[in-house]
Write a protein that binds this ligand. Structure first.
Ligand code: NCD
Ligand code: ZN
Ligand code: ZN
Ligand code: ZN
Length: 447
């Protein structure tokens, strides 16, 4: 049992000083402005620190099993903890992809032994596996089905809308389906054209080949398909004004679409990609200043079409990124920096602290059916981060626990630091080191 004393917590929009105690099952037992009595195994004086819910990252690629040279489930979840994230949902585009029941079972057994933060998994949709997916979601480890309508890292791809529609009609209407929405025909057409012109290529092509229109076409097709199937959908990594406009229209029309944006699309532009080279190659691409500004504009609104912020943590090795543009894989690491970046944004009044918490914890927990996560309240899991909103820190590669060994945010000054991370009432990260053993991260409860 843990006692956090003198911490400030968010009540509506203001910070209120209080004490928080957890019980022996790792839940929040009591929150009180006056002293809490009882015997505690551990007490932390949180003077000067703000207590926020342990954050939920609904979109990461930890590469395990299959590509553990890039990341594994231990380093990925350790990196999450160090960045204030206590629950992650891991994508199925492993090598090979998690699109059969046997591979799902193997992955569930493997991650159990390695995780240091709480987790859930995605199951991968293929053109043929509708029946399998309907069976797979009965496994309590599966929180959503992932559909790639455009090709990205890995071989998961559904090219024909009819195969997507079959998934939509086979899966229960309330079960989350998440879509990588980029139009595969457009991507192919433009890739061929540009490859002919320039066999080496350069990252400047990325936002042309995978243009905002390419994303808009696919988001529109996705929303159209789900509205006809009388169900909702979650749009992954939206990055343009056009996508936000389309989704807003469907939302206003009553279609339960939820919308995710990613930190790299908020803090980097196509202009930065020129300096970053292939380290700035990511799907969807880094966008124009105008698109980035539109996303921020929507994000800052009280009634925003955007529901949550993910990292889309997608590590690749330096060696892979150093290849020519055409060969280099797409994706940037970011699970450890999502929370610091968004806290810094809140510090600079780009959004409020309450919005930050909604986008990074409360909303992802609601969308993906994590009833014990994302909120500091009695009965919820005692997943809490203690942050210093005044401390300035510089992003350094050496501090990143990911195996990637690089970050596109290197050298950035961020005002906000995650001082401690608590998972299920236990100190999980003490500001320097991960304090839990492999396997102490648990499968999150699915509601
Ligand atoms: C992701 C990856 O590498 O797994 N890459 C990326 O550019 N975002 C896949 C994905 O999310 O599309
Ligand atoms: Zn994607
Ligand atoms: Zn510039
Ligand atoms: Zn992704």
């Amino acid at each position: 049992m843990l006692l956090l004393s003198n911490c400030r917590v968010l009540v509506h929009d203001s910070l209120v000083e209080c004490n928080i105690a957890s019980d022996e099952s790792g839940k929040i037992r009591k929150i009180s402005r006056s002293a809490i009595s009882g015997s505690f195994d551990e007490k932390i004086d949180c003077k000067g620190l703000v207590a926020l819910p342990g954050m939920v990252d609904p979109h990461v690629h930890f590469r395990d099993p299959g590509q553990t040279a890039k990341e594994d489930f231990y380093t990925g979840t350790a990196s999450a903890l160090a960045g204030g994230t206590t629950t992650i949902l891991d994508m199925p585009n492993n090598a090979p992809s998690i699109s059969t029941l046997a591979r799902l079972k193997e992955k569930v057994a493997m991650v159990r032994k390695k995780a240091v933060c709480d987790y859930g998994l995605y199951f991968g949709a293929t053109p043929q596996n509708q029946e399998v997916a309907a069976e797979a979601i009965k496994n309590p480890a599966v929180f959503a089905v992932k559909v790639y309508l455009g090709s990205s890292t890995g071989d998961l791809l559904i090219e024909h809308v009819a195969d997507f529609q079959k998934h939509l009609s086979t899966l229960p209407a309330e079960f989350p389906v998440c879509v990588h929405a980029e139009d595969e025909r457009e991507i192919r057409k433009l890739t061929e054209e540009y490859k002919k012109r320039d066999p080496k290529g350069k990252v400047e092509y990325h936002n042309i080949i995978r243009s905002p229109i390419t994303a808009a076409i696919s988001v529109e097709a996705t929303c159209d398909a789900v509205s006809k199937a009388h169900r909702g959908v979650h749009i992954c990594h939206a990055s343009t004004k056009a996508e936000l406009d389309i989704v807003s229209t469907y939302k206003n029309g009553g279609v339960p679409v939820t919308l995710e944006v990613c930190t790299h699309h908020l803090f980097l532009t196509e202009h930065d990609a020129r300096a970053l080279g292939n380290y700035g190659k990511v799907n969807p691409p880094l966008r124009s200043r105008l698109d980035v500004a539109s996303v921020w504009d929507e994000l800052s609104k009280e009634r925003s079409p955007i529901d949550c912020i993910a990292s889309d943590h997608a590590p690749h090795t330096i060696k892979e990124k150093e290849q020519d543009y055409w060969q280099a894989p797409s994706g940037v690491p970011g699970v450890q920096l999502r929370v610091p970046l968004m806290l810094d944004a809140a510090n600079h009044n780009l959004i409020s602290l309450a919005q930050m918490v909604r986008y990074c914890a409360t909303n992802p927990a609601r969308i993906f059916g994590l009833p014990t996560k994302g909120t500091i309240a009695q009965g919820f899991d005692a997943d809490i981060i203690l942050v210093d909103l005044k401390k300035e820190r510089v992003v350094r590669v050496e501090d990143q626990l990911s195996k990637a060994g690089w970050t596109p945010f290197e050298g950035r000054k961020l005002r906000a630091s995650v001082e401690k991370t608590i998972l299920g009432g236990k100190l999980a990260f003490d500001g320097e080191n991960v304090c839990l053993a492999r396997g102490e991260g648990k499968l999150a409860a699915r509601g």
